[in-house]
Design a protein around this ligand. Structure first.
Ligand code: URA
Ligand code: CA
Length: 434
């Protein structure tokens, strides 16, 4: 038996840990044999000294093996999953799932409710009355084989080691470590059964990675892990200088996703969906190049097949497909309140994190697993980075079920920074394919 103290001192002295040592840490911590103080000490040593490519691959696979692994082998074809690191009002999953399925690549989407500023993908879809995600494994697999697309709520005990380690990192100042973030994210995707993985690594104010260099290093580490353990992986680095799209909130984001599938969505959300979708299609074997894949996806939007795929998903899981043409079937809030600018200039930044908090104060998100989400509420931005604003212009519209939202109004205003020049941000910073 390897002693934990020896593993800690080895990592402290920047010596590479063996497979056995990493295994002994992950297993020992998960089953309660290793106390929090020793695990914390090792995590801090990893935070300070980093990990080699072999170490991080081992850590990832040990976390995968700590719990259940989903078997998707009953689904024909190459299964590609997507993950965005953070992001506020990020509607890409809702757009990507039907879009990619529409060109014939299977999308077996497993999603959680999640904590956060707005709900997870499951909550958003449940904004459509009747839509349910409680499918048996067999129903799920049959649906994907039949229509290339199904969405199931997360079940099973996936990566318990990651849950415990992540919780400890959260209170010991060791979240922001590239090998620890990379192994945490990748372990969950691998356990969920993906053959291929597309990553959207956010960079900027509200993201884990504040600058492009770090974001690139994180992306490379994750791509390396994936490829080292036999899961084809690609990544995109995208900017978080402002929330993606206009809508932040559950039903509001469903509308935004449908508009995007109709070809009338926000420019940034459309672009990111096409870039990530192209990678998913290439990995899934639906095209030979990113250019070819993009052409197929653009066509699926133009000819309406992506929208029809979304309708098919809704109907097959108990919802009313008419929602696509009639947004009044979605929950709507009692009040809409315009936030007027008391400054003039060009918008240079919109703090995503703070905007997410504003939406969650309205009730769009969940603070604990037990909290109820208000699916109707949220914020719709009217002004984005690069836009010109005069005093009195509407910056955003608050959708609320409370009449008095003065605190939210001032928070939304505070999210906006103005400057002298209108510069449109570059959304896609980099595409990483190896
Ligand atoms: N998301 C995760 O799942 N894990 C991390 O470590 C950071 C972000
Ligand atoms: Ca959005």
């Amino acid at each position: 038996m390897t002693r934990m103290i020896d593993i800690i001192t080895k990592k402290r002295d920047n010596i590479e840990l063996s497979k056995e040592e990493i295994k002994s840490f992950v297993q020992g911590y998960t089953n309660g044999d290793i106390p929090d103080y020793q695990a914390s000490s090792l995590l801090m040593a990893i935070f300070l000294n980093g990990m080699t490519e072999d170490e991080v691959a081992t850590l990832t696979m040990e976390m995968v093996e700590s719990g259940d692994q989903i078997d998707l082998s009953g689904i024909e074809g190459f299964k590609v999953d997507k993950h965005s690191t953070g992001g506020v009002g990020d509607t890409t999953t809702l757009v990507l799932a039907p879009l990619v399925a529409a060109v014939g690549v299977p999308v077996p989407k497993m999603s959680g409710r999640g904590l956060g500023h707005t709900g997870g993908t499951v909550d958003k879809l449940e904004a459509m009355e009747g839509f349910h995600v409680e499918l048996s494994q067999e129903e799920f697999i049959d649906l994907v084989n039949k229509q290339k697309l199904a969405l199931v709520g997360q079940s099973g005990n996936l990566t318990p080691a990651d849950k415990l380690i992540y919780a400890l990192r959260d209170v010991t100042g060791t979240v922001n470590s590239i090998p620890l973030i990379a192994s945490s994210i990748m372990s969950k995707k691998i356990a969920a059964g993906a053959d291929g993985i597309v990553l959207d690594v956010k960079v900027g104010d509200g993201a884990f990675m504040k600058n492009e260099k770090d974001a690139e290093a994180l992306a490379h580490t994750m791509v390396q892990i994936g490829n080292n353990v036999g899961r084809n992986t690609m990544a995109v680095i995208s900017s978080m200088e402002e929330p993606l799209g206009y809508a932040i909130g559950n039903a509001l984001e469903v509308i935004e996703a449908i508009e995007t599938l109709k070809g009338k969505g926000p420019e940034d959300l459309t672009e990111l969906s096409l870039v990530l979708g192209s990678q998913m299609v290439v990995l899934g074997g639906g095209a030979n190049s990113l250019e070819e894949a993009r052409g197929l996806l653009e066509k699926a939007i133009e000819d309406g097949s992506a929208l029809e795929k979304f309708r098919q998903l809704i109907v097959s899981q108990g919802g009313n497909g008419d929602v696509i043409d009639d947004y009044s079937l979605l929950p709507t809030s009692e009040y809409t309140i315009e936030v007027k600018s008391d400054k003039a200039g060009y918008v240079t930044q919109i703090e995503s994190e703070n905007m997410g908090i504003a939406a969650s104060i309205l009730g769009a998100g969940r603070e604990t697993k037990e909290s109820e989400i208000d699916l109707a509420v949220g914020i719709v931005l009217e002004k984005k980075v690069g836009d010109k604003v005069e005093v009195g212009d509407t910056l955003a519209v608050i959708h609320s079920n409370k009449e008095n939202v003065d605190d939210v109004i001032s928070r939304v205003k505070d999210c906006y920074t103005f400057g002298e020049e209108g510069v449109h941000p570059t959304l896609i910073k980099k595409v990483i394919t190896e």
